[in-house]
Design a protein around this ligand. Structure first.
Ligand SMILES: Cc1cc2nc3c(=O)[nH]c(=O)nc-3n(C[C@H](O)[C@H](O)[C@H](O)COP(=O)(O)O)c2cc1C
Length: 161
């Protein structure tokens, strides 16, 4: 089974987790980035990212390569922003609705405190699916590494193997 890990990361926690998952599952990594980057410091970081997330923006993405025919499974990775997923995922999903049909779809989210379950429910609604194949919510894996996070990433991957 060939898997793509499609993720957005502002400050590296999701990227680091995506890399671990991809290594574990021999999956391809597809990093999506908005053409216009979000401010990543201070008050502006939370204000503009949060606003973009709660208003359901679909930022234009830089070109990415997603050869959907190659994959049986897709794992989405996102930070939790204002209890929802980060807007670049919305753009990717809208651009690839047909390409995602009949694939096994899983998700992981990184957050600093809470809102992961809500974010997963919102992503599920956007994808119009009843459930994910597997799901995982982690507390900032890069900034606060822990044995527990490592174990949870490993068991997330074992289930999907
Ligand atoms: C705009 C914005 C909104 C956020 N909202 C939440 C939130 O609602 N709940 C939470 O626990 N963390 C929140 N965070 C923290 C991030 O989800 C968390 O640090 C995540 O691990 C960052 O992933 P990254 O390093 O890959 O960008 C927010 C961060 C930003 C920038």
């Amino acid at each position: 089974m060939k898997t793509a890990v499609v993720f957005y990361s502002m400050s590296g926690n999701v990227r680091q987790t995506a890399e671990k998952i991809a290594e574990n599952l021999s999956a391809d990594l597809i990093e999506i980035k908005p053409e216009k980057t979000y401010p990543d410091k201070g008050f502006k970081k939370f204000f503009w990212g949060g606003k973009s997330a709660v208003t359901g923006e679909k930022p234009v993405l830089l070109p990415y390569e997603f050869d959907s025919g190659k994959y049986d499974a897709v794992i989405f990775g996102s930070p939790v922003w204002a209890s929802t997923f980060a807007p670049p995922l919305r753009t990717f999903i809208e651009e690839n609705r047909d390409n995602l049909k009949n694939k096994s779809i899983s998700v992981f989210m990184c957050m600093s405190g809470s809102g992961g379950e809500k974010a997963i429910a919102k992503l599920k609604a956007l994808l119009n699916i009843e459930s994910f194949e597997n799901e995982l919510v982690l507390i900032d894996h890069k900034d606060k590494p822990s044995e527990e996070n490592e174990e949870r990433i490993n068991s997330f991957c074992s289930y999907l193997e």
